[in-house]
Ligand binder design. Structure first.
Ligand code: SME
Length: 150
């Protein structure tokens, strides 16, 4: 199945599926399925912060690395710096963790509640330079919507 959704549609869908009566894992699992409808991506999902490490959470795509220290990778850097990172070419990001040789570019946005990083959203694309500033704004809105679940 080929998907053609843009980030704007995903934001609306994620707001619609969030159910605060459900456990976190149920909400994040469906949120990962919504994110996977984005056009031209090969992996999307969550890493959850526990102490000083990120652990693999609900995702869609190939088998991925299960733990990322805050000192490593795009995910660890975004969590440590508490900001979104757009990486147009993963080969040029020092310390990038290559889970899949398909991934060429990525965006990682932290989910922050009361000043604390709770998780990150990671989306990988099979093409260079896939993600825009507009995608960043919308993914940050998605992260904000999800932050109330933590
Ligand atoms: N890209 C990440 C690793 C996780 S995988 O892409 C699923 C990173 O370098 O932090």
């Amino acid at each position: 199945m080929r998907y053609i959704f843009n980030m704007e549609l995903l934001l609306e869908q994620i707001k619609a599926i969030i159910d605060e009566d459900l456990p976190l894992i149920s909400n994040l699992s469906n949120a990962a399925a919504v994110l996977n409808q984005l056009e031209n991506i090969n992996w999307c999902g969550f890493y959850i912060k526990v102490k000083d490490e990120l652990y693999l959470g609900p995702f869609q795509g190939d088998v991925a690395c299960t733990r990322i220290p805050l000192t490593k990778g795009v995910c660890g850097t975004a969590a440590r710096e508490k900001k979104t990172l757009i990486v147009p070419n993963v080969n040029e990001f020092l310390g990038h963790i290559a889970c899949s040789s398909l991934s060429k570019s990525e965006i990682v946005t932290p989910i922050i509640k009361e000043g604390e990083v709770k998780a990150v959203i990671d989306i990988d694309a099979p093409v260079f330079d896939r993600f825009t500033k507009k995608d960043q704004e919308l993914l940050e809105s998605i992260a904000l919507a999800l932050s109330k679940l933590f």
